[in-house]
Design a protein around this ligand. Structure first.
Ligand code: FPP
Length: 247
């Protein structure tokens, strides 16, 4: 029985978020430049998207570029952006064939204009697809997102379109980039690091965290199935006791 067949379709996470880490170390182990690791990581992106769509996951969010990644050496940032534009361009047709809707979260206006334009075009071309929503986190960080949400809320209060008493969790959620996207039930990080690195901090309040030592370019479909199986064996209590869950 393959790992895929062991997955219980009635207990699938609706949304999986992945911190794709380890491209640089993977390349270094092979005596190659870091960008070779990122290029090789595109195959793992493709495999994960394919596997998620095949088993019926509805949302997959990938941390592709963080706000902090702008501080990397200039050549690496440029190469990553070029890779992103190239990959988006190359994959749009496949996304449409497989009814995958592309979305992006983050400070998208800070992306180079060619990258931004390609992204917007792909988002527009795939907007009616319904099988899986692929969310790319680009120039994203959770503190940036929360700060922005606070500013938007403050402005609405200033303009008297919102009252302080009306601010609740759902109001905050509506001002985040992930409006209309359910919280991820499962967050995966590759490369053996046990950190969240400023990713979806509000949204992962009750997410199950899964860490694997695999470096991102080595992460394939079987690894995603393994993470989902691990998730399905966990007891999600949301603050309740085990006994309460049985009742
Ligand atoms: C982290 O590895 C990875 C990134 C910062 C970039 C991820 C980008 C891709 C996989 C390429 C294309 C993506 C899409 C969506 C088409 P790292 O460089 O931090 O690795 P290290 O920790 O070993 O240095």
């Amino acid at each position: 029985m393959s790992l895929k067949d062991k997955i219980d379709p009635s207990k699938l996470p609706e949304h999986i978020a992945i911190i794709m880490d380890g491209n640089g170390r993977w390349a270094k182990q092979k005596g190659e430049e870091r960008i070779f690791g990122h290029e090789s990581g595109v195959k793992s992106v493709r495999d994960s998207v394919e596997a998620a769509a095949e088993i019926g996951i509805k949302f997959l969010t990938l941390y592709a570029f963080s706000t902090e990644n702008w501080n990397r050496p200039k050549e690496e940032v440029i190469a990553l952006m070029q890779l992103l534009v190239y990959s988006i361009n190359a994959e749009t047709e496949t996304l449409n064939k497989n009814s995958i809707c592309l979305k992006a979260i983050g400070d998208l206006k800070s992306l180079p204009s060619d990258c931004y334009n390609e992204l917007m075009e792909a988002i527009d071309k795939t907007k009616n697809n319904t099988r899986l929503t692929l969310v790319l986190a680009l120039s994203y960080s959770s503190r940036w997102e929360i700060l922005n949400a606070m500013k938007k809320i403050a402005l609405e209060i200033e303009n008297k379109t919102l009252s302080a008493a009306a601010i609740d969790e759902s109001c905050i959620q509506k001002h985040l980039c992930t409006v209309n996207i359910p919280d991820p039930e499962l967050m995966i990080r590759t490369s053996g690091e046990h950190r969240i690195s400023n990713f979806l901090l509000w949204q992962i309040a009750y997410s199950e965290l899964y860490f694997t030592d695999k470096l991102w370019p080595d992460f394939g479909k079987e690894d995603l199935y393994e993470a989902i199986l691990d998730y399905q064996n966990r007891e999600r209590r949301f603050g309740k006791t085990s006994e309460q869950l049985i009742l």
